[in-house]
Design a binder for this molecule. Structure first.
Ligand SMILES: [Zn+2]
Length: 177
């Protein structure tokens, strides 16, 4: 089994943890002169640090892997949960990008399988590249190559399709072919 792509969600996924962490940290400076016991400030400081640590660990523990035969989603800090999606079961893939995601080059990849299950790879860097790499390895067909336009067997001119008559027409010979 060859690993083709491997990624953690981008940090943007945890933005609310980082913001909360900073807000709590700032709060300490405001409440510190008024609290009776320094341990309250200490607990507040610890919770601020813990939020960031939690976000970082959760990010490290969330891993998306594409191999030549399957997609693996690893989650969970204490209890590891691994979801495996065989590529042969994939029936549809969608890439969802928000406006900010477009700017910062991240997005979610939604993977649908034959059993009506939906899996999400969240906050993936360069989701279009992932999409292409997954598509290439599934049964899903990439858009077919353009069909060559037939040419007139007599003069070699490109024929035009006449929908009304359901026939090919040569403008040079002025005949249906
Ligand atoms: Zn012709």
């Amino acid at each position: 089994m060859d690993i083709v792509l491997k990624a953690n969600p981008r940090r943007y996924r945890y933005i609310k943890y980082y913001i909360a962490s900073i807000l709590i940290f700032v709060l300490i400076f405001f409440i510190h002169p008024y609290v009776f016991h320094p341990s309250i400030s200490l607990i507040t400081l610890l919770s601020s640090i813990l939020l960031t640590i939690y976000a970082e660990i959760d990010r490290k523990c969330t891993v998306y892997i594409l191999t030549n035969i399957e997609i693996k989603i690893e989650k969970g800090i204490l209890l590891k949960k691994i979801e495996t999606i065989p590529l042969k079961n994939v029936v549809k893939i969608d890439v969802k990008k928000s406006v900010i995601g477009r700017l910062l080059k991240y997005g979610n990849i939604l993977i649908y399988t034959a059993k009506d299950n939906k899996y999400i790879l969240e906050y993936i860097r360069d989701p279009d590249y992932w999409n292409t790499e997954i598509m290439r390895r599934t049964m899903l067909k990439l858009p077919p190559p353009p069909v060559p336009i037939p040419v007139c067997p007599v003069c070699g001119e490109k024929l035009i399709w006449i929908e009304k008559k359901k026939k090919w027409y040569c403008r040079k010979c002025r005949k249906y072919r």
